[in-house]
Design a protein around this ligand. Structure first.
Ligand code: SF4
Length: 462
C-alpha cells in the first residue's frame, strides 16, 4: 500500500482534553437511530416492490424490500442476515452510503411525491439491533489460497466472499488496525472506528487471517506469488495531493485525510481559531464539518470553481451549511503565508471560468491583480488522493489498475483488484461490490482448474 509521502506538519495543533461524553456529543450522529416503533412504522410504509429499483441501485444488490419486510414483522435477525448475504459490510454501508443518490434516490415513493423510504436508517437499525446473527453460509467448494493486499473494504469483502466458498485467505495490511479508510478515514459522525473494527472481527470469525505487514518491505511480493494461488490488490490510492504552493510544508497545514485520521485516533484533539479547507469534494466537507465540531470558531471552504461545479454531493453541501461551514467560490490559492514559522493565512486569486477541458469542464483562470489574503490558524488541503505510483506487476492506466469489470481480473491472471485502486476513489459500497466480484471471479477460475472438495468448514474457525 503506498505510504503517505507528506511530512507531518502539525506539531503545533493545539489540543485540549475533552471528556468521552463531550467527544460523543461533538460527534453526534447526523441521522439519529430509529427507535423500534419508528423503524416498524417506516418499514410498513414500504411497498415491497417487485423488481425493486432500490435494490437495483445498490452496487451490492441488497434485497432491500426483503430486509425491510423482516423489520416490519420483528425478524431482525433475518433482516440482518439478508443484508449480510449481499454485503458483509452492511453496517458501515448503512452509515456511510450516499443513499440519496443510490437506493433512496431510486425509491418509487419519489414518483408519488412522497418521501423515500429511509433505507439507510432501517439498514442501520437491523444491523445494530439484530441478535445472534449467523454469518453468511459457506459453500466450501474450493481449496485455493488467496492473499489480499490492503485491509480496507474491498479486501474485507473479497476475503469474506472467498471464505464463503472455502478458500483460505490472508489479509496483509501495513497499518496498526485493519479496516482501511473505514477505520481511519471516514468522518466520526458517520462511522466510528469501533464499528469498522466490529466488521473486521466478523470477517476474522469467518476464518480470514490478518497479518500486519507491508508487502514489498516486510514481505517480498515474490513470496506471496509462490505461496498463494491468487493475489487480490485492494491497496487504495496514495496520499492526498499536495498543494504544490509556497508554504504548503508549514506547521499548521495538514491534508484532509491525515486530519481526519488524527482526530479519530486522538480523541482529545481540538481545533480552535479559523480553519481554511481548500477543495470542495466530499472529503473536504467531512474535514470542514469535523473542524466545526472540534471547536473551530470559523471554518471556510474555498473552491476555485463555482457552486455548480462543486464535486461534493448536494446533501453533503447542505449538511455542511447547517453545521456552519462557510463556502467561498471562484478563489484559487497561490501561497500559504508564514508568520513565526506557522501557517498564518492563505493568499488567493479570484478566478473566472475559461474554456472547457477535454472532459468538458470549464477551467478556472486566475484574474490578474485580484489577490487577497485570509488569516487562519489551520489550512486543510483536500485535493483528492494521488494515483498509484507503486511498481505492481499489473497494468496501471491513468493511475488506476486496469481490470476486467465483470471479474476484477487484471491482465496478469494471478492478480485481481478492486476498490479505489481500480475505480479511482468511489464509495465504500463500490469497493465492497468490487471485492465480491473479484472473489467470484477467482472462484470461477479456481473451480475450473482445481479439484472440488466437499467439506464442511468450522463456522467458528479463527
Ligand atoms: Fe420499498 Fe422504495 Fe424499495 Fe419500493 S423502491 S421496495 S417502496 S424502498
Amino acid at each position: 500500500m503506498p505510504e503517505p509521502t507528506t511530512a507531518d506538519t502539525t506539531p503545533d495543533i493545539r489540543s485540549a482534553r475533552r471528556s468521552a461524553a463531550e467527544y460523543a456529543q461533538a460527534f453526534a450522529d447526523i441521522a439519529p437511530r430509529f427507535t423500534r416503533a419508528q423503524a416498524v412504522v417506516e418499514a410498513e410504509r414500504c411497498l415491497y416492490c417487485y423488481d425493486a429499483p432500490c435494490a437495483a441501485a445498490c452496487p451490492t444488490h441488497i434485497d432491500v424490500p426483503r430486509f425491510i419486510k423482516k423489520i416490519s414483522t420483528g425478524n431482525l435477525r433475518g433482516s440482518a442476515q439478508t443484508i449480510l448475504d449481499a454485503n458483509i459490510l452492511g453496517l458501515s454501508c448503512a452509515r456511510v452510503c450516499p443513499v440519496d443518490v443510490l437506493c433512496e434516490g431510486a425509491c418509487v415513493m419519489h414518483r408519488y411525491n412522497k418521501a423515500p423510504i429511509e433505507i439507510g436508517r432501517l439498514q442501520r437499525y437491523a444491523m445494530e439491533n439484530a441478535k445472534g446473527v449467523r454469518l453468511p453460509p459457506r459453500a466450501a467448494n474450493v481449496n485455493f489460497r488467496v492473499a489480499c493486499i490492503g485491509g480496507g473494504p474491498a479486501s474485507l469483502s473479497c476475503a469474506a466472499e472467498l471464505r464463503r466458498h472455502g478458500a483460505s485467505v490472508t489479509i496483509f495490511d501495513n497499518r496498526a488496525l485493519p479496516g482501511g479508510l473505514n477505520t481511519y478515514g471516514v468522518a466520526e459522525y458517520k462511522l466510528r472506528p469501533a464499528d469498522s473494527l466490529r466488521e473486521v472481527e466478523m470477517v476474522r470469525a469467518m476464518g480470514v487471517d490478518f497479518l500486519q505487514a507491508e508487502v514489498g518491505a516486510d514481505i517480498p511480493l515474490e513470496l506471496l506469488e509462490r505461496e498463494f494461488d491468487f493475489i487480490f490488490l485492494g491497496v487504495g490510492l496514495g496520499a492526498m495531493e499536495r498543494l504544490g504552493l509556497p508554504g504548503d510544508h508549514l506547521p499548521g497545514v495538514i491534508d484532509a485525510l491525515r486530519f481526519i485520521e488524527r482526530y479519530k485516533t486522538q480523541p482529545d484533539f481540538q481545533v480552535p481559531g479559523t480553519v481554511i479547507v481548500i477543495g470542495a469534494g466530499n472529503t473536504a466537507i467531512d474535514a470542514a464539518n469535523a473542524a466545526v465540531r472540534l471547536g473551530a470558531q470559523d471554518v471556510h471552504i474555498f473552491y476555485r470553481r463555482g457552486e455548480i461545479e462543486m464535486p461534493a454531493f448536494l446533501f453533503e453541501y447542505d449538511h455542511a451549511k447547517v453545521e456552519g461551514v462557510r463556502f467561498h467560490w471562484m478563489a484559487q490559492p497561490v501561497a500559504i503565508v508564514e508568520r513565526d514559522g506557522h501557517a498564518a493565512a492563505v493568499r488567493f486569486l479570484s478566478t473566472q471560468l475559461g474554456a472547457p477541458d477535454s472532459k468538458g469542464r470549464r477551467m478556472p483562470e486566475a484574474i490578474p491583480g485580484s489577490e487577497f489574503e485570509v488569516a487562519c490558524d489551520l489550512v486543510i488541503p483536500a485535493l483528492g488522493q494521488s494515483r498509484l505510483t507503486a511498481m505492481l506487476p499489473v497494468e496501471v492506466e491513468g493511475g488506476v489498475i486496469k481490470t476486467d469489470r465483470a471479474t476484477g481480473r487484471t491482465g496478469n491472471p494471478k492478480y485481481y483488484a478492486g476498490g479505489d485502486c481500480v475505480n479511482g476513489g468511489r464509495e465504500v459500497v463500490d469497493a465492497v461490490a468490487d471485492g465480491k466480484r473479484a472473489a467470484l471471479g477467482m472462484v470461477n477460475v479456481g473451480q475450473a482448474s482445481r479439484p472440488v472438495h466437499s467439506q464442511t468448514l468450522d463456522h467458528n474457525h479463527g
